[in-house]
Design a protein around this ligand. Structure first.
Ligand SMILES: C[S@@+](CC[C@H](N)C(=O)[O-])C[C@H]1O[C@@H](n2cnc3c(N)ncnc32)[C@H](O)[C@@H]1O
Length: 251
């Protein structure tokens, strides 16, 4: 490849951009259809590509915060239903659709709950308040997933190794072959410990370390590196996990 065409300067520039923007809380500056979404725009576009390609009828998300990622998922599921109905350009009543997103958060603040519940996309959203690794919460989500045919999972709650590993054990089995489990904030592994002074996670104890431990015993998942490789700017290096086969427990 001609040096002038090489993407190398871009990939070399990305780590510094990530470090500066994480320190500046860049990901807190955006909204999706009116709700704050704590994601990088690049990851939002990647999520859109995945949802359009995989066409899930159920998305499971841990970590609701202000609800922006729930609204993002709900909006893309609504568009899938609109396109499937062959009525693009006309209004579809969301209560008549099938595709849904379930969000789980240990604390859904009243103001956030009210804003999500009054959003036009609320009929596509179910919320569960509780820890994502609580047995009753996991059981409720599994029960809900029994009627879904294509399931996608986004993990974005507590970012410690043990918590994310427990979330992967709980929810990755629900991901259908060909679909994805996206583990956010694997980028923590690449940042200095001093960047997270008030957090229990940091280098060596974060979603990326959990992903690698999980993958060591789950060959049915592989890292789809094509996504971070093209994004360059992403909080999820090694975090886009594609399920390529059934797991041992499903066969
Ligand atoms: C980074 S925010 C989620 C951002 C959201 N996904 C978005 O893109 O806008 C993390 C959320 O995880 C929640 N959380 C922390 N520990 C949790 C746990 N054990 N179970 C479920 N949610 C948890 C926090 O309350 C917080 O709202």
């Amino acid at each position: 490849m001609d040096k002038a065409e090489s993407p190398r300067p871009l990939s070399d520039a990305a780590p510094a951009f990530m470090a500066e923007t994480i320190a500046a809380r860049y990901s807190y500056g955006f909204t999706w259809l009116g709700r704050p979404v704590i994601q990088y725009p690049q990851d939002i576009v990647a999520i859109q590509e995945l949802i359009w390609t995989v066409r899930p009828d159920l998305i499971i998300e841990t970590g609701i915060a202000h609800g922006g990622s729930l609204i993002l998922s709900a909006s893309l599921l609504a568009l899938l239903d609109l396109c499937d109905a062959g009525t693009a350009g006309t209004t579809i009543d969301p209560r008549h659709s099938q595709r849904k997103v379930i969000g789980i958060d240990v604390e859904i603040r009243p103001r956030n709950r009210a804003a999500i519940e009054s959003h036009p996309l609320a009929p596509r959203i179910e919320m569960i308040e509780g820890s994502s690794i609580d047995a009753a919460v996991i059981a409720a989500v599994h029960e809900r997933a029994t009627t879904a045919s294509t399931v996608m999972v986004f993990l974005d709650s507590n970012h410690t190794h043990d918590h994310v590993l427990a979330e992967l054990a709980a929810y990755a089995p629900l991901v259908t072959p060909g679909s994805y489990c996206v583990v956010f904030d694997t980028i923590v592994e690449h940042m200095p410990k001093s960047m997270f002074p008030d957090r229990p996670w940091g280098p060596g104890n974060n979603p990326k370390t959990a992903v690698h431990e999980f993958l060591s015993s789950h060959p049915e998942f592989t890292i789809d590196s094509t996504i971070p490789d093209k994004l360059l700017i992403t909080v999820a290096p090694d975090g886009y996990l594609k399920r390529t086969a059934m797991g041992r427990d499903d066969e």
